[in-house]
Design a protein around this ligand. Structure first.
Ligand code: HGY
Ligand code: MN
Ligand code: MN
Ligand code: MN
Length: 414
């Protein structure tokens, strides 16, 4: 397959306008977005995206997890489709570009092919994966995990948000339960364009990240059982202090991650105290540890260390401790042929580029289990993401979408 002509570019202005339009849905308090999975804002964003896809001549399919598949036919109906996508759901204090850039750039690739009158042999399917963030319903990449056969539909439907609502109930409530079996679709290839969400590309002054790998992840949910008591009248020696145990375990997680440098991270983002009253020592503390590394041995070693040490730390304070893994994938190696296609496209288009390992997890990590997959990345300002100040430039957005256009064209074949 010869590379497509170099002068093909997407319409950067149209892409940026679409990003700004989508950003109006589920506005955050500080200029970002709060469009969490299966909320009314998510439903509104889905409708806007559906309308744009319809206007671009795409036909919609939805699976039982609520993932949206928008198909542009190919000239060879027997050819498996090339899937191109990401996610429209956001963190509660998310940015305007995490996930959304990939979905709307995939749509922009189709819009540009329509403008250019280019037909591809393989169909192209623009994809909006449900529940990538795992903020409301853990784990992250839930729908793509079911699609790749790593998690069951029943497990996913039963996942609960902090208010006890289940994924299945909420998907039904917003009216997005599709009729397709999850994972019935077969992919020729999968490509995803995403902001880096870290500082490397900006610091290296590179426009394009050629993503060769993605680091692996464990989410470990820790439940500590203390004794509810008065924070004023209970002598220190009498306390069964689950909050103190949690703080010591978090310190230990930090130490374990630092001992595994370079290339490991560990931290805690979510904590629940029960009864969560200012003058009651918590009877129960639940928190999620997030550890990651591109190195399989380091990743599994960190998990083993934490699972061994956390109960000992808790026991010193008389606190009970149980740990449940609620999210995991091993380090991912993306498809070398597709990776080379992305690198060559960046080169041909004259964009500065570097190979990079993705620090964040993506739906591509599960797609890679069932098809050749890879990613394209663009820098983000100050390496910031999962923060309402997340920002990119229109130039960065367009450069990555141009590379995506060329990589998709070579894969879908003209
Ligand atoms: O957690 C992640 O890496 C992604 O943002 N869901
Ligand atoms: Mn994302
Ligand atoms: Mn994210
Ligand atoms: Mn594993």
């Amino acid at each position: 397959m010869t590379a497509p002509t170099d002068n093909l570019r997407i319409n950067g202005e149209r892409l940026w306008d679409s990003l700004m339009e989508m950003a109006k849905i589920g506005p955050g308090l500080r200029g970002g977005n709060n469009r969490q999975t299966l909320t009314d804002a998510d439903a509104e964003g889905r409708k806007l995206f559906e309308g744009w896809c319809e206007a671009a001549g795409l036909t919609m399919g939805v699976d039982k997890m609520g993932t949206m598949f928008m198909t542009r036919p190919g000239t060879d109906p027997a050819a498996l489709p090339v899937y191109v996508g990401s996610h429209l759901d956001t963190q509660p204090t998310g940015g305007k570009f995490d996930g959304v850039l990939g979905v709307l750039s995939a749509l922009e690739v189709v819009r540009s092919l329509n403008d250019l009158g280019i037909k591809t042999k393989h169909p192209i399917v623009v994809t909006n994966w449900a529940n990538e963030e795992g903020a409301r319903f853990a784990p992250a990449m839930l729908a793509s995990g079911v699609f790749a056969g790593q998690l069951t539909l029943d497990y996913a439907y039963g996942r609960k948000d902090p208010e006890g609502k289940t994924y299945g109930e909420e998907l039904k409530r917003i009216g997005w339960v599709g009729d397709e079996e999850v994972g019935a679709r077969k992919m020729h290839a999968y490509l995803e364009y995403h902001i880096e969400q870290g500082p490397i590309l900006e610091a290296s002054e590179k426009q394009i990240g050629v993503v060769t790998h993605c680091q692996g992840l464990w989410w470990l949910e820790v439940t500590l059982t203390g004794k509810e008591a008065h924070t004023g009248s209970t002598p220190m020696a009498m306390r069964v202090n689950a909050g103190l145990a949690m703080s010591r375990i978090i310190e230990m997680v930090q130490a374990v991650a630092m001992e595994n440098q370079p290339g490991a991270v560990g931290g805690v983002g979510q904590v629940f105290f029960t009864p969560n009253s200012r003058n009651v020592l918590p009877g129960k503390v639940v928190f999620t540890i997030d550890i990651r590394s591109p190195d399989q041995a380091k990743l599994d070693g960190m998990r083993a260390r934490i699972e061994e040490e956390a109960p000992l730390i808790a026991a010193e304070l008389g606190v009970g401790c149980s740990i449940e893994p609620v999210g995991h994938f091993d380090p991912v190696t993306f498809d070398p042929t597709l990776v080379a296609r992305v690198r060559n496209a960046a080169e041909r288009l004259g964009y500065s580029h570097m190979d990079i390992i993705s620090g964040a997890g993506h739906d591509a990590c599960w797609a890679a289990k069932v098809a050749p997959a890879t990613m394209v990345m663009c820098p983000c300002v100050d390496g910031l993401s999962h923060n309402e100040d997340e920002n990119i430039t229109p130039q960065w957005a367009s450069a990555g979408a141009d590379v995506l256009l060329h990589a998709v064209l070579e894969t879908a074949e003209i």
